[in-house]
Design a protein around this ligand. Structure first.
Ligand code: BGC
Length: 559
């Protein structure tokens, strides 16, 4: 992928990683930028195009860095600004881009702005936050962290007033009605782009403004400000991107793309649990229905598809019945639940079943959008539900069977979190080194998946057409881009399935299976018959034959 293509994100494979979790370069038990830089060769080998870094700014770490205490600094344990720059240079040298979290909505209560703001009503920073004499305003706004918070208002004894917060009470919301604050945040954006970042994953964007009588989400004022943010990118930083974290229904996310003048990308939150539902219920309907409810987006925009991330598998965009089903199917142990969701990694969610892990990955790599891999999921890392908050899915990367999984030479007790060491998912068995040495490991398979995807722009840019076979256990769709036509077929069931696909419009075309490049019988007049192994999948390119060229039947191809 040329580094000059302004639409690079449409074809990219993203990789989400926390600096502290990847590799410890100075043996203090905490991952850092020099460590991450050392592991860039691994990411290049894997084939990812863009790294997404979780917040690495100074912070009291009460929300793992999403409680920012200084937007322009680097958390000391992770390294220096110089280390960040070196890391960015090295990533770019290897043809990879890097985006980072931009936490627009709130700061830590330790941010100097907040300390100043609370100190006196006359403080010039007073209006940087949302203060009130009463906690009865904006009552229609829901509470997001229902596990820990009772209200979106907290009384501050210093300010003698209530302050507004949509997340933890130690994360006061910034006041976007204040022009100085709006400007200050644009300066933050420019500062990091000037260091060489390729864009931002913009945290919690629906909540920037508050208005009485509304749910204080997705307000027109919020969109207007985000368009200003985009303008800054277009004016001075072409080719950099903005990715929206808006955990909303597709119809409410759609405006975040604007007319191609707001976000370049947005996560598709509601699709994610439906991939798990479709798999568990062996039924394509939940997945296809979600796309029916997904409005088209501008040509220059892109969905971001994911299976897991650093948060819980959120069930916010699910009905009560769907939630019950998901808890029943994937989190019977209440310890696995957080807020409205399930705090587990991919491999344990799928009982470490390689077939199901491949199947779900195959879906996020072939449905419309760009896929994100959560660090460690490429080797089937496990989780630890006994760690508090969402820490169970944020444990150190497992590099080898060495001490601390090869992540750090520090004493085990000094690690920021313990490595996973159970017999199923522990670093002794699930690690990069072992899987690099095993040709059929999950890691090698993921690498191949990435490589095959990269050969066809249709995955990132093509149209989608669902085939709706009578066999509801088989999800089949076409992706088309110019002359390139891909046929993707997935068996969501744990038993072998046969399916008939209505693709006679491609009569004469020969399906080429993309992983092995083998030819399948040509498409004829009759429905195309396929049989699939339990949780099996096919990626085909439908190759049109030119007149006179022989098409192959089963017997022909065996000769
Ligand atoms: C992040 C969470 C964080 C929250 C508050 C999110 O949406 O993904 O990890 O706790 O924002 O900043």
């Amino acid at each position: 992928m040329p580094m000059t293509d302004p639409l690079w994100y449409k074809d990219a494979v993203f990789y989400e990683v926390h600096v502290k979790a990847f590799f410890d370069g100075n043996d203090d038990g905490i991952g850092d930028f020099p460590g991450l830089t050392q592991k860039l060769d691994y990411l290049q080998w894997l084939g990812v195009n863009c790294i997404w870094l979780l917040p690495f700014f100074p912070s009291p770490l009460r929300d793992d860095g999403y409680d920012v205490a200084d937007y322009l600094g680097v958390f000391a344990d992770y390294g220096t600004l110089e280390d960040v720059r070196r890391f960015l240079d090295e990533a770019h040298r290897r043809g990879m881009r890097v985006i980072a979290d931009l936490v627009l909505n709130h700061t830590s209560d330790q941010h100097p702005w907040f300390l100043e703001s609370r100190s006196s009503p006359q403080s010039p920073k007073r209006e940087y936050y949302v203060w009130s004499d009463t906690d009865k305003k904006y009552e229609k706004a829901r509470i997001i962290f229902i596990d820990t918070e009772k209200s979106n208002w907290t009384w501050d004894p210093v300010a003698q007033a209530y302050y507004w917060h949509r997340f933890f009470s130690h994360q006061p919301d910034l006041n976007y009605d204040h022009p100085d604050l709006r400007r200050a945040m644009l300066d933050v954006l420019s500062f990091w782009l000037d260091q060489g970042l390729d864009g931002f994953r913009c945290d919690a964007v629906p909540y920037l403004f508050e208005r009485e009588g509304t749910i204080c989400e997705n307000l027109p004022e919020t969109h207007a400000y985000l368009k200003e943010v985009r303008k800054r990118i277009d004016e001075a930083y072409r080719g950099r991107i903005l990715l929206a974290e808006a955990n909303q229904w597709p119809a409410d996310v759609r405006p975040y793309f604007g007319d191609g003048d707001e976000f370049h990308m947005a996560f598709h939150f509601p699709l994610m649990p439906r991939l798990f539902m479709g798999l568990r219920s062996e039924d394509w309907h939940p997945i296809v229905d979600m796309f029916i409810h997904t409005p088209p987006i501008p040509e220059t925009c892109q969905w971001c598809l994911f299976l897991r991330n650093h948060d819980e598998l959120t069930l916010e965009m699910c009905s009560g019945e769907e939630r019950d089903y998901m808890y029943y199917a994937y989190a019977r142990d209440p310890q696995m639940r957080r807020n409205i969701g399930i705090a587990r990694r991919l491999a344990p969610l799928l009982d470490n079943d390689r077939r199901r892990i491949e199947l779900l990955n195959s879906l996020v790599f072939t449905l419309p959008g760009s896929p994100i891999i959560y660090y460690g999921d490429e080797i089937g890392m496990g989780d630890n539900v006994h760690l508090g908050d969402r820490n169970g899915v944020r444990t150190p990367m497992q590099w080898s069977a060495d001490r601390n999984g090869g992540f750090s030479k520090a004493d085990a007790a000094a690690l920021y979190l313990p490595v996973i060491a159970d017999s199923l998912f522990g670093y002794q068995t699930a690690n990069v080194e072992a899987q690099q040495q095993t040709p059929h490991s999950l890691l090698h398979w993921m690498r191949r998946l990435i490589a095959v995807r990269k050969r066809h722009r249709a995955f990132g840019r093509g149209t989608i057409e669902f085939l709706r076979p009578r066999n509801e256990k088989v999800l089949a769709y076409l992706r088309r881009h110019g002359e390139d036509v891909l046929l993707l077929v997935h068996n969501l069931a744990g038993s072998a399935q046969a399916v008939e696909l209505e693709i006679r419009q491609f009569k004469g075309a020969v399906p080429i299976e993309l992983f092995g490049e083998s030819r399948f019988p040509a498409v004829g007049e009759a429905p195309y018959m396929l049989s699939l192994a339990p949780y099996g999948y096919y990626w085909f390119q439908l190759q049109r034959t030119t007149a006179g060229e022989p098409t192959y039947g089963i017997e022909d191809s065996l000769i």
